[in-house]
Design a protein around this ligand. Structure first.
Ligand SMILES: NC(=O)c1ccc[n+]([C@@H]2O[C@H](COP(=O)([O-])OP(=O)(O)OC[C@H]3O[C@@H](n4cnc5c(N)ncnc54)[C@H](OP(=O)(O)O)[C@@H]3O)[C@@H](O)[C@H]2O)c1
Length: 238
């Protein structure tokens, strides 16, 4: 059985959880990784109930030891690794504490380096594997009030691009998914209900549609690889 790792897994109707569920449904054993044990266990239970295979691994994406242990747990059957951690960090630059900026960079960029490096180290001997990163509108555009998040997501994107060029010739497919807008999931609906109401259902990106993009990238044959796809609603003003 092939193994997938997804790091940055939260609530059931979040992108991380939905990626785990889809790849488990596709027949992979999934390591469900993130910081909150209760949320991970809930995702594993859902997968098990549906007849799939999954294991919860508590790991902080910014801690080197945690990431090495996570990849040790995957073993030799690792074929897919997804870096999905990256909570938004709003705030005006002039008011921003230095450690706030740095912690945003640690989750959105540095963690991607630790995760990507470990994935490539494990995939290289097999000469195959897929490594995917979750991006945002912030990956492509600087915007007022989001300087910390924009700069770290943009750095993650160019890191991913560098890795794609460095390890593509060795059979490792590195890809990046730009989620250009609000996801119609738990985070926006529960934490920002008024924003969700303003956007309306048609103004929020369909999670399953984003997950389809990850599946598409992972299933591409070696002679027709895509580095990046972007996903937005028809209403997005971009
Ligand atoms: N939600 C949106 O509207 C939106 C829009 C565009 C792009 N995105 C991108 O999509 C991805 C997340 O999707 P989502 O918003 O639906 O959230 P999600 O996938 O439901 O959850 C992401 C999880 O990442 C975890 N995480 C944060 N820092 C971490 C760390 N240091 N180590 C391990 N896990 C960590 C959080 O765990 P805790 O529960 O422990 O905090 C959170 O639950 C992010 O990359 C985000 O930038 C989201």
């Amino acid at each position: 059985m092939e193994t997938a790792i997804v790091i940055g897994v939260g609530p059931d109707r979040g992108l991380g959880a939905q990626l785990c569920m889809r790849f488990a449904a596709e027949g992979m054993r999934v390591l469900v990784a993130g910081r909150s044990r209760d949320k991970l266990d809930a995702v594993v239970d859902r997968i098990s109930e549906a007849g799939g295979s999954a294991v919860a691994v508590v790991a902080d994406a910014t801690r080197e030891d945690d990431i090495q242990a996570l990849f040790d747990a995957a073993g030799d059957s690792l074929t897919l690794a997804i870096y999905n951690a990256g909570n938004n960090t709003p705030g005006r630059i002039i008011d921003m504490k230095a450690d706030y900026f740095e912690s945003s960079w640690r989750v959105c960029c540095f963690g991607g380096f630790l995760f990507g490096r470990e994935a490539v180290r494990r995939m290289q001997p097999q000469g195959r594997g897929t490594l995917l990163f979750t991006g945002a509108s912030a990956s492509l555009r600087g915007r007022s009030n989001f300087g910390a998040f924009n700069s770290s997501k943009a750095a993650l994107r160019t890191l991913a691009q560098a890795m794609a060029k460095e390890y593509g010739p060795e059979g490792i497919h590195v890809g990046h998914v730009v989620v250009d807008g609000a996801i119609g999931g738990e985070k926006i609906m529960t934490l920002l209900p008024q924003y969700a109401e303003r956007l309306g259902e048609d103004g929020m990106i369909h999670i399953e549609g984003i997950v389809d993009g990850f599946v598409f990238l992972h299933r591409q044959p070696k002679r027709a690889w895509t580095f990046e796809i972007d996903v937005r609603t028809s209403k997005e003003n971009w």
